[in-house]
Unconditional design. Structure first.
Length: 529
């Protein structure tokens, strides 16, 4: 049963309103009760007491279509913890809107010059809202860890589904750039692979993202019976032997999910973000450009917007750039490993989706993929390749000469990471002081009279949010924490010279830790945000 809440509910009308609501809901406890707050403008404490009494008589009470203002009252008073309270969502239409991106779970439409909306397609209702919340959380994590991405600022209704709204000023996907300006393919490859190496260079804190390997293991387990002569067991063994890896992978990395917004390249569609070995990423990439459309080349034209020949060229150039080689044997070795996993994932996908959405060319497509996979399995004995040879620079590390004139570079690097983590200006200033004291100390004393390098690493963890800034040098072994703190109660004339910088650092930080390991001074500053 549903009752409508309208206007204002306060001490002047709460009793009358309660009678009207009960009249609409019927006998207490007879059925799940829904209060539709679409037209509710305000509710006071007297109105909240009405809701509490109704909750006692209708244990399955739910309030829906609540405005942001009223929702804030329910949230502030703890009502959202007692029973379901669902916000009202603005309704938007994407009819006639340009599709600027598309991934596994949704399409991205441009609403206007400044705004885009990602409309989800694989879930509904509360399950879909959970998926949207998940994507927001992993996008925030990715941004904190150093991946340039956009974070949704609103959720809207789009037809029977929901959408996440982003500000993406005048952005164009790499797919559109390639379709309209094919002469820019080399630039696109450079930026595309640069972003890929950034992603794969990021170490993700344990438990923050799912393991992409689990998805592959399950897929191979479902399709291995289709392969002859023990090849299915061989494939499964090779997948299981892929080492665990806590580096980030996007999981749906193709040219429709990379956007050029002004001069900045942004990664979108973050709901597939995972951890794992790069082969899982590369296999998905191969399918986006070649695998899916190998039987019917028109598929890649329909999806990416450029012809199969360009998709193949883009793949080949991207693999060369990612592997840092033009050696055909090295490229073939890695590509064959990637294709083994690619075809296995395609066969599993077609077997599952073909049951509900069969296409006329399904048998021929499956036969082609199976033929390719069987041939590869006859000569490939491992899916592992050396990740170290392709790893990009860690975006959360800066290595440079330990000179005082490089202080501005260090400060700018640390500031950019703090801003991404949402650090307050007060805390940024405190951290700035500590960073300057430590870096200048390394520059002045670590290598005297020579000059050496220093590495600055910034890591942000959650629950609670905390930043760790680590300074690493190979200079003279020195533990600054071993020095006795200066007596700040003494007059300037009585104090010893030196020691104030590390004292201030310890006062400003929540923790400071030093160790000497593997010929390196390692000093870590920790600050709770």
């Amino acid at each position: 049963m549903t009752a409508k809440l309208t206007g204002r509910i306060d001490s002047t009308n709460s009793e009358q309103t309660e009678r009207e609501i009960r009249g609409q809901l019927g006998e207490a406890g007879s059925a799940a009760a829904i209060l539709d707050a679409e037209r509710l403008e305000y509710i006071s404490s007297a109105g909240l007491r009405v809701i509490l009494r109704l909750k006692k008589d209708f244990p399955d009470l739910k309030i829906v279509n609540v405005s942001s203002e009223v929702y804030e009252i329910f949230e502030m008073t703890g009502f959202t913890e007692m029973f379901p309270v669902e916000k009202a969502y603005k309704v938007v239409s994407v009819d006639g809107c340009e599709v600027i991106g598309e991934g596994h779970n949704g399409k991205v439409y441009r609403l206007d010059r400044d705004t885009v909306v990602k409309v989800y397609k694989n879930a509904k209702g509360s399950e879909l809202l959970d998926e949207i919340q998940h994507e927001r959380e992993v996008a925030r994590l990715a941004l904190i860890l150093g991946v340039p991405t956009a974070i949704s600022y609103d959720v809207v209704r789009v037809g029977d589904s929901f959408g996440s709204v982003f500000e993406l000023l005048n952005a164009r996907s790499f797919a559109k750039i390639l379709a309209e300006e094919p002469e820019k393919i080399d630039w696109c490859v450079k930026e595309y692979v640069g972003m890929l190496k950034t992603i794969h260079g990021i170490t993700v804190p344990e438990g923050k993202l799912p393991r992409i390997k689990d998805k592959a293991v399950n897929a191979v387990g479902r399709m291995k019976h289709l392969l002859p002569d023990g090849l299915g067991d061989k494939l499964e063994r090779m997948v299981l032997e892929i080492p665990e890896d806590n580096h980030m992978v996007h999981g749906d990395y193709h040219t429709k999910n990379l956007e050029l917004a002004g001069d900045e390249v942004l990664l979108i569609d973050m709901d597939t973000l995972s951890t794992g070995h790069p082969i899982f990423e590369l296999s998905q990439m191969y399918n986006s450009y070649i695998g899916f459309s190998e039987y019917n080349p028109d598929i890649v034209l329909q999806f990416q917007g450029y012809p199969a020949a360009m998709a193949k060229e883009f793949w080949n150039k991207s693999v060369m750039a990612y592997l840092n080689t033009d050696n055909p044997e090295r490229i073939r070795e890695v590509t064959d490993k990637v294709r083994c996993l690619s075809y296995a994932m395609l066969i599993d996908w077609k077997n599952r989706h073909g049951l509900t959405k069969p296409a006329p060319d399904d048998p021929a497509t499956l036969a082609l993929w199976k033929e390719r996979l069987i041939e590869l399995l006859s000569r490939v004995d491992s899916l592992v390749f050396d990740v170290a040879k392709v790893a990009g620079e860690n975006p959360n590390e800066l290595t440079l000469e330990a000179r005082t004139e490089n202080l501005s570079k260090v400060a700018a690097f640390v500031q950019s990471r703090l801003e991404a983590a949402g650090c307050s200006l007060k805390m940024q200033m405190q951290i700035d002081v500590a960073v300057e004291e430590i870096f200048v100390n390394i520059a002045n004393y670590a290598y005297t009279p020579e000059v050496g390098s220093a590495t600055v690493r910034v890591e942000v963890s959650e629950n609670p949010v905390k930043v760790s800034i680590t300074f690493i040098d190979r200079g003279i072994p020195y533990d600054p924490l071993a020095k006795t703190d200066p007596d700040v109660s003494l007059s300037a004339e009585e104090r010893e010279i030196g020691g104030l910088g590390i004292f201030m650092t310890k006062q400003l930080m929540d923790d400071v830790v030093y160790e000497y390991r593997d010929g390196q001074n390692i000093l870590t500053l920790k600050k709770n945000l």
